[in-house]
Write a protein that binds this ligand. Sequence first.
Ligand SMILES: [Zn+2]
Length: 113
Amino acid sequence: MHEYSIVQSLIELCEKNAEKYHAVRIDKVIIKIGVLGGVEPYLVKTAFNAFKEKTICNDAELIINMQPLIIECNECDSISESKEPYCKCQKCGSTNAEIIDGKDMYLMKLEME
Ligand SMILES: [Zn+2]
């Protein structure tokens, strides 16, 4: 499953960060998931809870923030936010636009001790 590999690399990333900052445990993992990322937040959460055991994230809580699509229009140059999973300018309705955020998953913040 897609979400499982995402969570595995997320936990690896947490372990690397913990090592770097000499943390003994991670309390909170905050991530951002783009609405176009094709990732189900509840599956990420389930996978995280399954994989975190005996890792640095054993006691960590996963917080997921959904990132809406941010679209920059090539027609009217406006930047708009779309809750819909497709690329369309919210101002003029043009589909001649670029997605500038909301596509991927990012690790935003780790709280650790
Ligand atoms: Zn536009």
